[in-house]
Design a protein. Structure first.
Length: 235
């Protein structure tokens, strides 16, 4: 019974992922090769999840069958939500190789992937349009464009100039890279969730599904396909 590693990687192209296999002893070398050289003219590959399983050849064929409609012909690339792939791989019996289980357990990876996949599905339900976040104190008016399942705050707008301690580290880094000292957005910025975009705009953690509103004042939560208490948290 052969044992090997199944892995999933993100790419520089949003919505395009790589699912592959390798032997356990070659995993680190394979990741280094792909992350530095790319794959089939696709760059920016980054390891996201890997698990050592028995019968890895058979399990890879099963993945190919499950995701066959999303596969780029003749390659290990798939036009697929990466969280769905991670969710499936993390459900296999086996030893988690990446992330190291000491830092992030397989059950947590599964839960996070399931939550993120649901978030991705919910984002697809938001109609393409412009949405608004307004605050009176301090005055704030920010627009978010939804186009082709992408959430974007355009350059030239003004967001909160200061951060609070509650803000997510990733959002803080986005603000440091893209917001001037006066709050001007220097370049178009894309986001993975409405809450991430709202935190970028306001400078503190908040529920973007409630904060972003339509032109007639409805929160975008009305479009969400799966509304529950988890929508109150920052994803």
């Amino acid at each position: 019974m052969s044992t090997g590693v199944l892995y999933v990687m993100s790419t520089v192209v949003s919505g395009l992922i790589k699912i592959g296999k390798t032997t356990t002893d070659r995993f680190d070398g394979r990741m280094y090769e792909l992350e530095h050289n790319g794959y089939r003219n696709v760059t920016g590959l980054r390891r996201r999840f890997a698990i050592e399983v028995e019968d890895y050849d058979e399990k890879e064929r099963m993945l190919d069958d499950i995701f066959s409609k999303a596969r780029v012909p003749g390659s290990e690339l798939f036009a697929l939500d990466i969280n769905l792939a991670i969710e499936l791989l993390s459900s296999f019996e086996g030893r988690q190789i990446y992330p190291k289980s000491s830092t992030e357990s397989k059950s947590k990876v599964f839960d996070d992937a399931a939550k993120n996949h649901q978030e991705h599905t919910d984002i697809q339900s938001i109609p393409e349009s412009t949405y608004y976040l307004d605050r009176k104190r301090p005055p704030l008016h920010v627009e978010m464009v939804v186009d082709d399942d992408m959430l974007t705050i355009r350059a030239g707008q003004h967001v909160a100039a200061n951060d609070s301690t509650s803000i997510d580290k990733g959002v803080r880094e986005l603000r440091r890279s893209n917001v001037g000292t006066d709050g001007t957005v220097r370049a178009d910025v894309r986001f993975s969730s409405p809450s991430q975009a709202a935190a970028f705009a306001t400078g503190h953690s908040c529920n973007g599904w409630a904060q972003w509103k339509t032109a007639d004042g409805q929160p975008i939560n009305v479009f969400r396909t799966h509304q529950n208490s988890s929508s109150q948290s920052l994803h």
